[in-house]
Design a protein around this ligand. Structure first.
Ligand code: ADP
Length: 224
């Protein structure tokens, strides 16, 4: 069974319909790049996958569970889907380690000490052990994005949803982070859905590339 099946997904906002009829099948372990010009509904697509947005019609099945079925335990499903945004979405008044601890305490019910230990371990994995007690504002953009990735890893997700995670970084840092994401992918052996408007990024990261256009999937295939 496919990990994610999207069937005839449509999303209308009052003045615009970014997704008209989108279907795709994503297997466990794949890295899928979603590419297209700005405004083509890439973010909307990603946000429909974990139901941050409610589709107007169509179906999103994750592990066979319908994300729009009221009987589906959305919180449980979201725990298995780590999301990383372009603006990091860190809490700036909380220490780096606290940013990573919040999810395990709130979502997984770990004690403060357990969450702290787990968070420090994850920060070590993303090369930021020595920044645990810093504030996000004391970090570089690349370091902040690594905290955000560490925070998404906390739930041991089956799938990472990444929305232009490197677009706020300068070219050098972007190259470096791209390499790190490839390593992370090898290490975690998990599924990535990676939204970008950067062709190089889509080509180097994706096993398959979804090209979005005018609310439809224009093409889906390997980089070749
Ligand atoms: P992309 O990620 O490809 O840049 P988005 O999915 O962010 O595209 O947006 C697609 C279109 O939907 C844009 O025209 C955007 O303005 C619109 N849009 C996105 N989110 C909302 C929303 N919450 N309400 C109304 N319109 C939205």
């Amino acid at each position: 069974m496919a990990l994610i099946e999207v069937k005839h997904l449509r999303k209308e906002y009052p003045n615009v319909t970014p997704l008209r009829d989108v279907s795709a099948t994503i297997e466990a372990g794949e890295v899928i790049s979603v590419i297209g010009p700005s405004g083509t509904g890439k973010s909307t697509f990603l946000r429909c996958l974990n139901r941050l947005e409610t589709p107007t019609s169509g179906q999103v099945l994750v592990d066979g569970q319908d994300m729009c079925d009221p009987a589906t335990d959305l919180a449980a499903m979201r725990r298995r889907m780590g999301m990383v945004f372009q603006n990091y979405a860190l809490f700036n008044h909380r220490l780096v380690v606290e940013n990573v601890m919040m999810a395990p305490m709130d979502l997984l019910g770990l004690s403060r000490q357990e969450a702290y230990d787990r968070a420090v371990g994850l920060l070590a994995q993303v090369g930021l052990r020595d920044k645990a007690l810093s504030l996000p504002s004391e970090l570089s953009g690349g370091q902040r994005q690594r905290v955000a990735i560490g925070r998404a890893m906390v739930r041991d997700p089956k799938v990472f949803l990444m929305d232009e995670p490197l677009s706020n970084l300068d070219a050098k840092l972007r190259n470096q982070m791209r390499a790190e994401i490839i390593l992370l992918r090898q290490k975690l052996d998990t599924t990535f859905i990676y939204v970008t408007h950067d062709q190089t990024e889509a080509m180097t990261l994706g096993d398959r590339i979804v090209i979005m256009k005018d609310g439809y999937v224009n093409q889906i295939g390997t980089p070749q």
